[in-house]
Design a protein around this ligand. Sequence first.
Ligand SMILES: C[S@@+](CC[C@H](N)C(=O)[O-])C[C@H]1O[C@@H](n2cnc3c(N)ncnc32)[C@H](O)[C@@H]1O
Length: 301
Amino acid sequence: MGLTDTPRWLPCQYLYDAKGSALFEEITRQPEYYPTRTEAGILERHAADIRDATGPVSLIELGSGSSVKTSHLLSAYAKAGGPVTYVPVDVSAAALERARARIGRLHPTVRVDGIVGRYDEAFPRFRRHSPAMVLFLGSTIGNFNHGESVSFWQRVSRELAPGDYFLLGADLVKDVSVLEAAYNDAAGITAAFTLNVFARMNRELGAGIDLDRLEHVARYNEDWQRVEIFARFNSKQTVRIEPLDSAVEIAAGEMVMVEISRKFLLRDLTSHLATFGFAVRQVYTDDRRWFGLLLLQKEES
Ligand SMILES: C[S@@+](CC[C@H](N)C(=O)[O-])C[C@H]1O[C@@H](n2cnc3c(N)ncnc32)[C@H](O)[C@@H]1O
């Protein structure tokens, strides 16, 4: 895979086994990794305004992970009175279990109805929870390539009832040095996250990859407006896929794309979302305009 927008060979959920989830939590605490801290600050400042704008709604969070940032919203919705239902959705059962325990301690009045599964498994539940607001934070939308993003918005738009809300966290285009530092932390946690997927392939597919000959590479592609994360194979290797009884030859120096993280311009993003029937009700951002939190509402079709 190179610098194209062709479908990636690795759906992003495969990065999040139990170890991948734990490593992601560690990434969010690295000094170079600004997105989590910045988005949390925006949520903390504006949670009450968001609650005032939407009124009482069920909160459905796609790819909820630790749900730590979501606490700001859960507090605001609980404070406003009335029952609050929170539906976290994540492929990582371990992350969901940790989140459930934490929310039980911090927000005892919130009813948690989690789903261990993929995003699309939660879509049919949207109407049942209406009036609702779907949360998609952490700029996880940036992990989808253009085609995946179009399918995602088409489906979400179809499944949400008119009038329901969507709160989207989007990392914005900024100085390349800031972007590249965020994905090349000095402690090497993002590198460990990248290599973990190959360790998983060894475990689950019998791939037989020599992990010591792999190197994490993350760089910003200005043309595609995205950080691209690769594993560079420093020697020729044969990657076996035992369940399919097949193998793939990887040449020395070949780069295998593991993940992308697209960065957005607010004006492009809002016009893109309008094509799927979403009106932007409010855009919240930080002083440096590094991260955007968009409150969207599904319009009548
Ligand atoms: C980039 S992390 C973001 C976590 C959290 N929302 C945040 O903002 O910090 C992506 C999360 O989505 C989950 N995830 C990835 N692909 C998924 C999928 N297809 N369906 C459900 N969850 C998924 C991962 O397990 C992980 O917890």
